[in-house]
Design a protein around this ligand. Structure first.
Ligand code: G3H
Ligand code: 13P
Ligand code: ZN
Length: 308
């Protein structure tokens, strides 16, 4: 199937009240796990690369793999640039057939974020490429910020930003953080703020830093020599509530990393005579696929491929 615009996926999700899974990849193993998992769930999906993924593998490899395999899949899916910081990266992504981009200047002054985002929209809209932007900042417990109230999205500002930029989706900061250490105590998302942003914008909303940081993988990593004690993510029921209140794209990277590494660590430790990397990588890839499927079911997007 040809790639579809991120606009199409998220508009439908907004209309129907579910979320599309957006999963990060840096290599063949993660890409295949994501697409195979989504296909088994008959779900639309978004595969996404950050700028650091592009630095790691090269955009020719990342986009090249996607274009090479897209016709092997029956599900609608988009290729998205995650956390693009520079307009030049957006242009590079467009040249490589991305169908969705994020321009993320959420840590810059508001007017700069707004003006650059508006410029990106003016480039992408005629090409039917979706544009996502972010307001507010995501901070985790590792960032050592005492009060994060002023870092959360301002709903009135979100409305103004959406109108003035013409973006297709917005990522509002509502208390999540990237990585495996999201919360000091209880996981707390600001649902009132989310509800207000949805009411005022009525547009597809994106949740970053949404990984569940599942206990079984953290425990396995620690059992086999890792040190990720104290890791904490967004519990499934909290995520479900956020989707009910209007989240239509859920970003997951950390959960895939944890599943992959837990499996690798265990197998490398148990199978000491094996020197064929594929015997480690294949089960790790399978485990990533299981997490993708679990997440897709949680988002309510299983079976939704038939809508497109
Ligand atoms: O923001 C998304 C990621 O989880 C961080 O990804 O290590 O590829 O920059 P990265
Ligand atoms: P996690 O670190 O919670 O997986 O978040 C990933 C993300 O937001 C990618 O943009
Ligand atoms: Zn993110």
């Amino acid at each position: 199937m040809p790639l579809v615009s991120g606009k199409l996926l998220l508009e439908k999700a907004n209309e129907m009240g579910f979320a599309v899974g957006a999963f990060n990849f840096n290599n063949m193993e993660f890409l295949k796990a994501i697409l195979d998992g989504a296909q088994e769930e008959e779900a639309p999906v978004i595969v996404q690369t950050t700028e650091s993924a592009i630095r790691y593998a090269g955009i020719d490899y990342l986009a090249g793999m996607v274009h090479a395999v897209k016709d092997s899949y029956r599900i609608p899916f988009a290729l998205h640039l995650d956390h693009g910081r520079k307009v030049s990266t957006v242009l590079e992504a467009i040249r490589h057939g991305y169908t969705s981009v994020m321009i993320d200047l959420s840590d810059r002054p508001y007017e700069e974020n707004l003006n650059t985002t508006r410029r990106v929209v003016s480039i992408c809209a005629p090409l039917n490429i979706a544009v996502e932007a972010e307001l507010g900042r995501l901070v985790g417990i590792e960032d050592n910020v005492e009060s994060d109230e002023e870092l959360l999205v301002d709903p009135q500002q979100a409305k103004e930003f959406a109108l003035r930029t013409g973006i297709d989706s917005l990522a509002p900061a509502i208390g999540t953080a990237h990585g495996a250490f999201k919360f000091r105590g209880e996981a707390k998302l600001d649902y009132d703020r989310l509800r207000k942003v949805k009411e005022l914008t009525n547009m597809p909303l994106v949740l970053h830093g949404a990984s569940g940081v599942y206990y079984e993988y953290v425990a396995e990593i620690n059992r086999y020599g890792g040190e990720v004690a104290g890791a904490k993510g967004v519990p499934d029921e909290e995520l479900r509530r956020a989707i009910e209140l209007g989240i239509n794209k859920v970003n997951t990277d950390t959960d895939l990393r944890l599943a992959f590494l837990a499996t690798l660590r265990r197998l490398i430790s148990e199978e000491r005579r094996n020197i064929d990397p594929r015997k480690f990588l294949k089960p790790a890839m399978e485990e990533v696929k299981e997490v993708v499927k679990r997440r897709i079911r949680l988002y309510g997007s299983s079976g939704m491929a038939s809508l497109f």
